[in-house]
Structures are given as C-alpha cells and as structure tokens.
Design a protein around this ligand. Structure first.
Ligand code: PCA
Length: 320
C-alpha cells in the first residue's frame, strides 16, 4: 500500500516537474527591452502552467552585459539577453545591424533581421546556443554638447562608445573614443568624461542627458538589436510542449518588442525636447559627410567579414 502511494506521488511530481531558468540581462529593469522580457517570462509560466519559470536578472546583476553571451554558451545561465554587436569578435555577422546608414527604417531593420537570423541561428547552434528573439533599439542619433555643422566640429571631442562600430566611427571623426557601458553613462556625463555619443533617444532619456548635452541629431545611423538567447542543452532538456510554448511566447515577444521600440522612439524624442534638448536633423553637409564615412565603414566591414556579409547585403539591396 505504502509503495503504491509512493508511486502515485512520483507520478504527480513528474506531471508538475518544474524547471527554473535564470535569465541575465545587462539593461535596467525599466528598459522597454527588460519589461518585454518580463512579459515573455510571465507568458511562458502561464502557458506551461508553471512548468518553466524564468527568473529575470536585470542591470548586470547576474552577469555583466559583455559576459552574458559566454555565460549562456557555458551554461552558467540558461538564458540571457545581450546586444548583438557585443558579440562581433566571435560572431562577426552579429555586427550587420550596426553598419551605419544601411537601415533607414523599422521596415528595413525587419528585412535585415530576416536575412541575418538564419546565419545567427547557425553560428549560435555551432556554440550550443539558440536565439529566441531579437528587438531593435530605436535609431541611433548623435548627442553633442555643442551645435555640430560639420564632422570637423567633433574632432578632438570625447565620444562615448559601446561597440566596435561606435569606436571606429569616433576614430574616423577624429574624436577620442571613450568606452562606457550603458549602466555608467549617467556617471560619465556627471563627471564630464564624455562630450557626446551616438545612441538612441531613449538611452538619452534614461540617462537624463539634458544636464550636460544640449543637442540631438536624429541621423538614424543604425538600429542595433538586443537578442534573447538560450543554452541549447537547457532548451533541449524541456518537454516538447514546454519547448513550443517558449518558442510561441518568443515570437509574440518579438512582435511586441518591435512595436514598443517604435513607440519609445517617438516618445523619447519628445521627452528630450521637453527637457530643452534641441532635436534636429543633421545639416545637409554634415549628413553627406557622415554618409561617406558610413560607406567607408561598410566597405571595411564587408571586406573583413567576407562571404556571410554578402549573404545578407546582396539580397538586402536587391529586395529594395
Ligand atoms: N542604447 C544602448 C545600446 C544602443 C542604444 O540605443 C547603449 O547606448 O549602450
């Protein structure tokens, strides 16, 4: 009798087998990306009746942004979110979304992601990881503490950088690149360690740049994406209904994230203006100088990445 009872108990606990994943992100709990991840985690818990719980650790609290991809690859965290351009040393194709002046709109960004995704899946699979979904930051503009009329005005200024693209652009402009992770931008501004940066309007708002920075040029230079990824072994260990619930929730999170990004782009530009930041398009001469730099950058990138770069950009330009 006792034995029977134990067998029954075991059956119940299998039916309610619970898995807990740790998901690390380097962005703050208030970021629209993180809120979207929280909703994704809630939907997974709901759809699986609690069989998979995902604990979201924001703001570099579990792993630092720069280390998250490796942590997921090594299985130290089952899941994580990182910005794709932080992976370019290992996975050059992840840098496709930070090539200046290739993507001009969310529709372009979507097309690029469709072409880039299969290559990212392949690269991730080779390292025991799987992408779940990607969401772009709003378009990258130029924050400056002085009005900028030509690229010459940026010469010698200290530009905050967050990836290889921003470093190379700062170099091309004759500015001094200063690497500052997103979490430290506010402090770097307060300490007057940077004069400007290329990032999104929402990042300017979250860092309350208006104390130091008076100008925002909406140059729409690129749309970098954050990607949510999982360790393939952890994913493979889930029962198949749970796996499909994760993939379905991920597809919804991707759709929701892109819409949120567009909405946030508009709201945060208005928010900058409300705080007295002058929001302008770049003067025509400056814009064409930037475009030339962008072309130079693209040529360098395609040359250094080779075949995979063409697999994305040839169809990307042909579909136009
Ligand atoms: N904000 C992040 C990445 C891109 C963006 O818009 C940052 O500035 O680090």
């Amino acid at each position: 009798m006792k034995k029977l009872f134990l067998v029954a108990l075991a059956a119940i606990s299998v039916a309610h087998a619970q898995t807990r994943w740790q998901l690390a992100t380097g962005y703050s709990a208030e970021s629209f990306h993180t809120k979207n991840i929280e909703q994704f985690a809630d939907e997974v818990a709901q759809a699986t009746d609690g069989a998979l719980q995902i604990d979201v650790h924001s703001d570099n609290s579990l792993f630092k942004l720069a280390d998250i991809r490796q942590a997921v690859q090594d299985g130290k965290a089952e899941a994580g979110e990182s910005i794709m351009t932080s992976m370019v040393d290992e996975i050059p194709i992840a840098g496709a979304d930070a090539i200046p002046f290739v993507v001009h709109s969310y529709a372009d960004a979507r097309r690029l992601w469709q072409l880039q995704r299969p290559l990212i899946e392949k690269q991730f699979a080779a390292r025991g990881m799987r992408p779940l979904y990607a969401v772009p930051w709003p378009p990258q503009g130029l924050f400056a503490n002085v009005p900028v009329r030509t690229t010459g005005d940026l010469k010698g200024t200290r530009m905050r950088t967050y990836n290889q693209s921003t470093r190379r652009i700062a170099q091309m402009l004759g500015a001094t690149p200063v690497d500052v992770p997103m979490a430290d931008v506010n402090q770097a501004l307060a300490r007057r360690e940077i004069d400007g940066m290329i990032t999104s309007a929402v990042t300017g708002v979250e860092n309350r740049v208006w104390g130091q920075i008076g100008f925002y040029y909406s140059i729409d230079a690129w749309f970098p994406k954050n990607i949510v990824l999982v360790n393939e072994q952890a994913f493979g260990a889930l029962p198949s209904q749970v796996r499909s619930a994760v993939l379905q929730a991920a597809a919804r999170a991707e759709g929701r994230g892109w819409a949120a990004s567009e909405a946030v782009a508009r709201e945060s530009t208005r928010e900058l203006q409300r705080h007295g930041v002058k929001v302008e398009r770049a003067p025509a001469a400056f814009e064409s100088e930037l475009k030339r730099l962008g072309e130079k950058f693209s040529r360098e990138w395609v040359q250094s990445v080779g075949k995979e770069a063409n697999e994305i950009f040839v169809p990307y330009y042909l579909q136009r």
